[in-house]
Design a binder for this molecule. Structure first.
Ligand code: SF4
Length: 283
């Protein structure tokens, strides 16, 4: 027993201060790729290297549109190796967003005779005017949810067909380092006791009905957070005979957390974003 007390005294406090203190991210952590659209001369090698088609190229009438979808990105870094210096892997992890379109950025260029990119004509994101007009109503509902749920939250985790990479990171939220309960948030065993569903996986067709039933069994007001590239878009699995291609193909999603898998800090940011206790970071 004395040995245990001695060890505890030697270890001191291991729990992180995030979100009240800045996160300390390891040097070798691989976060989101950053694209220097203004200086990018040729997106073709990066698009060819990307295993999930997160970088797409469309050409028409002497112009090239390059689109990057962070909802498909698995942070593999292949684009940085092929991108000719215009793509860099960062340690950014606060990437969660409320709208799927906020994960999509695009740039349009004049096309040179040799197939490279010339002048940058413009940049945009995936926002659509329809989504913009819905925003005041969305905000009203969200404010109401925040009032009702207050500062305490019960989460039911739903594995809708993931490889369990996300589950390992979600499990870490309960350890002494991340200690989710210090924020008044805890995991529960039944959707009937939950305020939020934290859903992973590309939603296999075998889990589609189970996910729908779990969502219906969760009392209102409720929130849904889609975790990881698979939960957002189907990731490397996409849409095929066995998967439906993302959580929002089955149930409405309030917050999307990119990553493959998202590290615990990223999960914390996304959960607190859904609760209105953190802000969405501009891309
Ligand atoms: S880091 Fe993302 S965008 Fe870059 S190659 Fe990998 S999946 Fe594609």
């Amino acid at each position: 027993m004395f040995h245990i007390f001695k060890k505890a005294a030697q270890t001191h406090l291991v729990t992180i201060g995030y979100p009240h203190a800045p996160a300390r991210i390891p040097e070798n952590f691989r976060g989101a790729p950053h694209f220097d659209f203004a200086g990018w001369r040729d997106a073709r090698p990066a698009a060819e290297a990307c295993p999930t088609a997160a970088i797409r190229i469309e050409e028409a009438a002497g112009r090239r549109r390059v689109t990057v979808d962070y909802g498909l990105c698995i942070y593999c870094g292949q684009c940085a190796e092929a991108g000719g210096g215009a793509v860099k892997i960062t340690r950014d992890f606060e990437l969660a967003v409320r709208r799927r379109g906020d994960l999509v950025v695009s740039a349009e260029y004049a096309l040179e005779a040799d197939g490279s990119q010339g002048e940058l004509i413009g940049m945009g994101s995936g926002h659509s005017s329809e989504i913009e007009t819905l925003e005041p109503l969305e905000r009203k509902i969200r404010d109401r949810i925040h009032q009702v749920l207050g500062r305490s939250l019960a989460i039911r985790e739903v594995d809708a067909g993931s490889c369990n990479g996300c589950e390992i990171e979600i499990g870490a939220l309960n350890n002494p380092v991340y200690d989710l309960e210090r924020l008044g948030i805890h995991f529960v065993a039944s959707p009937r006791h939950a305020d939020m569903l934290l859903v992973t996986g590309p939603v296999t067709r075998n889990m589609e009905l189970a996910l729908l039933k779990t969502w219906r069994a969760t009392a209102e007001p409720k929130m849904v957070v889609a975790v990881g590239a698979c939960g957002i878009s189907g990731g490397i699995f996409g849409l095929n005979y066995a998967t439906v291609g993302g959580v929002d193909a089955v149930i409405p999603v309030d917050v999307f957390i990119p990553g493959c898998p998202p590290r615990p800090h990223a999960l914390l940011h996304g959960i607190l974003l859904a609760l209105g206790r953190m802000e969405q970071r501009p891309r």
